[in-house]
Design a protein around this ligand. Sequence first.
Ligand SMILES: [Zn+2]
Ligand SMILES: [Zn+2]
Length: 478
Amino acid sequence: MSYSIAFPEDINKLAINHLLRNDAQEDLCFALWKPSSGSSRKTALIHELILPRENERLIHGNASFLPQYIERVIGKALETNSGIAFMHSHLGPGWQDMSYDDYRAEYSNAPAVFAATGLPFVGLTLGTDGAWSGRFWNKNHRGLFQRNWCQSVRVVGTSFSVTFMDKLLPIPKFKSHLKETVSPWKPEQQAKLSRLRVGIIGTGSVGSIVGEAVSRIGVKHIKLIDFDTVELRNLGRLLHATLRDVKNRTSKVSMLAKAYKKIATAEDFQVSEKEWSIVEVEGFQEALDCDVLLACVDRPWPRQVLNFIAYAHLIPVIDVGIAVNVNPEDRNLLGADWKAQIIGPGRQCLECSGQYNAGFVSTEREGHLEDPRYIQSLPKNHTLRQNENVFAFSLAAASLQVLQFLSLVISPLGISDIGQQNYHFVTGRMDILEDQHCKHNCLYPSVIALGDFAGFTVTGKHNKAELARKQRKISGFP
Ligand SMILES: [Zn+2]
Ligand SMILES: [Zn+2]
């Protein structure tokens, strides 16, 4: 199990304002958090700060809190069904270790906090440059509390900053024969990019290209999530797929994982293959282990699940969608558009930007989109009936998506939000939509950082995914 902490951008700003003082003294505060449980990572999602009142803490170069402060915080945590995090600042930059006093303050409070909330006490330290370090105080099998350091602390919003613990996640190198490779950005930006755990959701024509790009720019950990098998009809558009894969009924993720291992540029590159749909609980939990998700899916249900993850679990999702419009009478191409955008706190969600129709999610959950009679009953130019696409469109869409990902992570000249990009093939124009917000009655801003406790189940049984796995098993090939 690994550990991480994530903040929405606005709460991070409040914490920095309080903790970084002008008088060269340290300060402290408490916060409330909700769990986000991935298959191999637990994240504390900070959702509320509880700043100290006048008589609740002492500032004396460093800082200490009085019992009434933590008592008030425990009351708040019980009221809101939250975990408790303790934050304090140091006077130096970067990732921070703990002093003996820091250790004692957190270790001694861990049992009471765990007993009250049922969740581990979480500690964070803030450096003068805004870098966070964090740890969980977990109860071990002997009933003792042990410190588990977080691999990363992430701040998610219109920008995306991450502090890594170098000891747990060393900066990856390029493979030895590529060691002359120089990235067009600073080494510290490459160090951030290469350490992100990147999930690719959907590995069809767009996803296979996106995975290739991400593997080639030095990212070390990639997770591919898709239940599909390579089929004859995919061969024209699916990178690396061959007739042999069709005969062997290879899953798309295992076919691509094999190919990416050969072309990846990071030393000890690791790609994991997950034969699930993102709408299945197993696929959903795999996605929660990631720092960034590249959404290469076209159906409403997976898009809704990813929309939920971006807000409730604080994982930025970079979405791309292709819409091809062919006149059903004379087969004339009327339009081919692809739109790329990033969703998460402070940005417009996929539902409000019209990238999926929530009305069709239940239709899909009931299996109607797999029913040819239902599809036939839709108007001929309905988006759910359109399946025309070519490799060239996928390539262009994947390119926009990867560039959005790089803007978010590298943030050249401090620009990390380039807006929603909608490219029109027929006219060769691109529309940019900036500063878009969710509708006032949108549900998603209200679930920010609520994680496992958001109160919604977006996952379910996915017959098509189950069938695909079963058929691969019957065929006797892996
Ligand atoms: Zn300290
Ligand atoms: Zn919305």
